[in-house]
Design a protein around this ligand. Structure first.
Ligand code: AMP
Length: 470
C-alpha cells in the first residue's frame, strides 16, 4: 500500500476530514459560469492536460477497472471534477450525457468509500438520484464495471418493478450496500417506510438536475434531502444552470466549487444533414432514407409519445425492423427493446427524448430527427448518440415549415448551418428554408411512411461493457 493510500485508510470517512487531508488545489468558485453553457456530447475535446487516471492517486482496483473498460485518459469534466470531489468539496457541474460525467462522480466516491472506514457500519454511503430508471440502470452498470476490482457494491432502486425486486431493493437499502442509484419517487416510498439506513451517508449526487426539475421532482428531492445527514458531500450535475437549479443548489450544497467547460461543437465525426420538407413529405422521404441508407443501427427521434407509437407501428407494418421506446412500456419491455438494439438484433429504434438523454448506447450509425426538438440542447443530445468515441456517424433532421425557427436556433447554438439536402427524385419540391420567418401553424397532418422494405439486421449479440458482481 502506498503512503497516500495508508493515509486514506486511517481516515474516518467524513467530508470534513477528507477536506482537511486533501487541502490545496481548489479551483476558485465561478458564480454564473454555467449560465447558458452547453456541453456537447462525448467525445469532447481530448486536450486535457492530465495524461492518465494515475494522476488522481486512485486505488489500484479502480485503475484496473478503468483499464478493463478501455478508459485511459480523463475527459475534461473528469479532469476538473475528480480532484475537487476528492478534496471533499461540494460541486456543481454543467455537464451532459456523453461528457464522461458519470465516471466523474463515481470515481471519487468509490475511491473514498473504498479508502475510508464507514462512519456508521451498515449504512448506505452514497446516494445517486437520477430522473429515469434507464439512467439508474445505466449508472449502476457503469458503477459495477468501474468498481469491479473493489469490494464496493451498488443497487439501482426504481419504480415499475415486481415484488421480488422490491424486496431486493429493501434488502440493499437496509443491509449495507454502499452505493444506491435511485429515482426520486421510488426512493421516497422506501424512505417513508422508515427502514432506509442513511445515518452514515457521506455522498449525495444529483444527476441531470435540470431534467428532474422538468419532470416535476423538485418537491420529492427536497423531501429526500430532509432524510439525509447534513454532514455530507453533495455533487450536482446539470445540463443547464437555469435560476431554479441555482435555487436548489443554494439549499442543498455547501460552498460548492463550480465547473463548466467551454462551449464545444458536435463531434467532428458526425455528418449533419437536413431535409426541408412539407409535413406530408416527411414520412415518404423517411422511408426512402431507411431503404437506401446502409446504416444497421438507427435511432429515429420523435418529440411526442403518440408520434413515436404511430411511427413505429407504421414502420413495422411496412416491414421495417423497428420498435418503439417510450415511457408507457413496461420495464421488462423497455429493457428487452434496448437490449435488442444494443446487440444489433433490432435495426431501428423509434424513441422520445428520454433515450437521447439518459441512455448509454454507443455505435449508432444514423440518428434521424423526425421532428426538430424544441430545446436546442436536445438536438445536441440526439446527435450525440452517433459518432461516439471518435467514430463516424450521420444525423439527418427533417425540417418542416413549423420547425424552421427552431432549427434556426439550433444552428445559432452550434455556430454553423447544417447542410440541406435536395429532396430525392419523385418526392416533389420542399419549402424554402426560412428560419427567420414566423412559424405557420401545422394542420397536424402526419402520414405514415409509404412503401415497405425489410431493413432488418440480425447480427449476433455484442457483449455489454463491464461485469456485475451481484
Ligand atoms: P457519460 O457522459 O457518463 O454518459 O459517459 C458517456 C460514455 O463515455 C460512457 O460509455 C462511458 O463509459 C464513456 N467514458 C467515460 N469516461 C471516459 C473516458 N475518460 N474515456 C473514454 N470513454 C469514457
Amino acid at each position: 500500500m502506498c503512503a497516500a493510500q495508508a493515509v486514506r485508510h486511517q481516515g474516518d470517512g467524513s467530508a470534513h476530514m477528507r477536506s482537511t487531508l486533501r487541502k490545496g488545489n481548489a479551483l476558485p468558485s465561478r458564480p454564473n459560469a454555467c449560465m447558458g453553457t452547453i456541453i456537447l456530447p462525448f467525445p469532447v475535446e481530448t486536450t486535457t492536460t492530465t495524461p492518465d487516471f494515475r494522476t488522481f492517486d486512485l486505488a489500484p482496483g479502480l485503475l484496473q477497472g478503468l483499464d478493463a473498460m478501455g478508459i485511459r485518459k480523463p475527459t475534461p469534466i473528469q479532469e476538473q471534477a475528480i480532484p475537487l470531489a476528492l478534496e471533499g468539496r461540494d460541486l456543481i457541474a454543467c455537464a451532459q450525457t456523453g461528457t464522461g460525467k458519470t465516471a466523474a462522480f463515481l470515481l471519487p466516491l468509490i475511491e473514498v468509500i473504498h479508502g475510508y472506514k464507514p462512519k456508521v457500519e451498515g449504512s448506505i454511503r452514497a446516494l445517486v438520484i437520477v430522473p429515469t430508471r434507464e439512467l439508474a440502470l445505466q449508472i449502476d452498470q457503469q458503477m459495477q464495471a468501474i468498481a469491479y476490482f473493489t469490494p464496493i457494491t451498488s443497487m439501482p432502486v426504481y419504480g415499475g418493478s415486481d415484488a421480488a425486486s422490491f424486496d431486493q431493493q429493501k434488502a440493499a437499502l437496509t443491509g449495507g450496500t454502499e452505493v444506491i442509484v435511485a429515482t426520486p419517487g421510488k426512493l421516497l416510498s422506501h424512505l417513508n417506510l422508515g427502514y432506509v439506513a442513511l445515518k452514515g451517508l457521506e455522498f449525495l449526487v444529483l444527476d441531470e438536475a435540470d431534467r428532474m426539475m422538468d419532470m416535476g421532482f423538485i418537491d420529492d428531492i427536497n423531501r429526500i434531502v430532509q432524510f439525509l445527514p447534513k454532514d455530507r458531500q453533495t455533487l450536482m450535475f446539470s445540463a443547464t444552470m437555469a435560476p431554479p437549479i441555482r435555487e436548489l443548489a443554494k439549499h442543498i450544497l455547501h460552498d460548492p466549487a463550480e465547473i463548466t467547460i467551454a462551449l464545444s461543437k458536435p463531434a467532428e465525426g458526425v455528418k449533419q444533414e437536413a431535409y426541408v420538407v412539407h409535413e406530408p413529405q416527411k414520412a415518404p422521404v423517411l422511408e426512402h432514407v431507411l431503404r437506401t441508407n446502409e446504416a444497421t443501427s438507427i435511432i429515429i427521434f420523435a418529440g411526442r409519445k403518440v408520434e413515436v407509437k404511430n411511427l413505429a407501428r407504421h414502420l413495422i407494418k411496412r416491414g421495417f425492423d423497428a420498435q418503439a421506446m417510450h415511457s408507457d412500456l413496461e420495464q421488462g419491455e423497455r429493457e428487452q427493446v434496448l437490449l435488442d438494439f444494443r446487440n444489433r438484433k433490432l435495426r431501428i429504434l423509434v424513441a422520445t427524448n428520454v433515450v437521447s438523454r439518459g441512455i448509454d448506447i454507443d455505435d449508432i450509425d444514423l440518428v434521424i430527427n423526425y421532428d426538430v426538438p424544441r430545446d436546442p440542447e436536445d438536438y445536441v443530445h440526439r446527435v450525440g448518440r452517433t459518432a461516439r468515441a471518435s467514430k463516424k456517424g450521420q444525423a439527418i433532421t427533417f425540417i418542416s415549415e413549423v420547425d424552421m425557427r427552431e432549427f434556426g436556433r439550433i444552428e445559432k447554438l452550434i455556430g454553423y448551418a447544417v447542410q440541406k439536402l435536395p429532396l430525392p427524385g419523385g418526392f416533389g419540391e420542399g419549402p424554402e428554408y426560412r428560419p427567420d420567418a414566423k412559424a405557420k401553424h401545422s394542420n397536424g397532418n402526419r402520414r405514415g411512411p409509404g412503401g415497405g422494405h425489410r431493413g432488418g439486421n440480425s447480427r449476433g449479440g455484442r457483449p455489454q461493457g463491464g461485469g456485475r458482481r451481484h
